[in-house]
Write a protein that binds this ligand. Structure first.
Ligand SMILES: Cc1ncc(COP(=O)(O)O)c(C=O)c1O
Length: 286
């Protein structure tokens, strides 16, 4: 449990000290792992690309037949209030919508909304400079377009992942790759095309931004990618809100490209950081 007693959270209609935010055990998130969430990065007090995250949050809720008890404007007000109260320079704002307090432990009731804000550590410069090894696992998420709170497979695989020395697990079903438990996947082919999987994925907000930035410099494609193609790729990288872009240098036993982070991955990371800086500057009227 986060133990920062100076932070505040939104808990079922009220802003309370984080340490006092609670849910009853009859909630369907506890009983059946039923709920959705989203996660926005806050930099210098500004939630980056907030509208995209809210779009996805409401869409996840709809696909899971859960009604969000607050309007978009109300959620924005809560986020702004928490940002002012918590004063965290770099943070993750998490909106969690659960199945609600269920009478029979199975049927959803009025969904419960919680919003927390916690400090966020981005990957170290050393990790970005070295790149990471990953492993693959034969799996596809149940309802990939929903950002569900259920990460059972990724969590269950942690032991195997650690034992193999991998930093992340790439899901691939029938040799077609999709995504990581918490990140999207890209390759750069030998002709310099930036490619990301089209289906069986959560549509990451970072993926969307990276695709658009890549389109300004390189050819891009959104399509199925087979594992054999990944092994032949010149570069590979992952994207997510908390990791931005992390180069991948090894998949299972195979080295990717030269075994070092590639030029395209590093260029896109610089472009993404610049886009974030521009967003904050525009929001603050600098
Ligand atoms: C399953 C899954 N895929 C991809 C992502 C990356 O999405 P984003 O760039 O919006 O963080 C996430 C984020 O947590 C995720 O849970």
């Amino acid at each position: 449990m986060p133990s920062n007693d100076k932070l505040f959270a939104y808990n079922l209609g009220q802003i309370v000290p984080l340490n006092e935010a609670t849910l009853h055990i009859s909630d369907l998130s506890v009983q059946r792992g039923y709920g959705v969430f989203d996660f926005v990065k806050v930099q210098q007090g500004y939630p980056l690309f907030l509208d995209d995250y809210l779009d996805r949050f409401y869409q996840s809720a709809e696909l899971m037949h859960l009604a969000v008890p607050l309007s978009r404007e109300e959620i924005k007000q809560v986020i702004s209030k928490l940002t002012d109260l918590n004063k965290l320079p770099v943070a993750g704002m998490k909106m969690i919508l659960t199945g609600g307090y269920s009478e029979d432990g199975f049927t959803p009731m009025n969904p419960n909304l919680l919003i927390t804000q916690l400090p966020l550590t981005l990957p170290s410069a050393d990790k970005v400079a070295k790149g990471i090894p990953i492993m693959t696992h034969d799996y596809v998420r149940e309802v990939p377009e929903v950002k569900t709170i259920n990460y059972s497979m990724g969590i269950r695989l942690l032991q195997e992942q650690k034992a193999s020395g991998a930093e992340e697990v790439l899901y691939a079903k029938n040799a077609i790759v999709s995504e990581f438990p918490r990140c999207n996947f890209f390759i750069v082919t030998h002709d310099g095309t930036v490619v990301t999987p089209a289906s069986n994925i959560l549509k990451g907000i970072t993926r969307k931004n990276v695709l658009s930035l890549a389109g300004r410099r390189y050819k891009t494609e959104v399509r199925d990618i087979r594992l054999e193609e990944v092994l032949q790729a010149r570069e590979a990288f992952l994207t997510s809100t908390t990791k931005r872009i992390l180069p991948i240098v090894q998949i299972d036993e195979a080295m990717i490209g030269t075994g070092k982070p590639g030029e395209v991955s590093m260029q896109l990371l610089q472009d993404l950081i610049s886009l974030e800086v521009e967003q904050v500057a525009a929001a603050k009227g600098w």
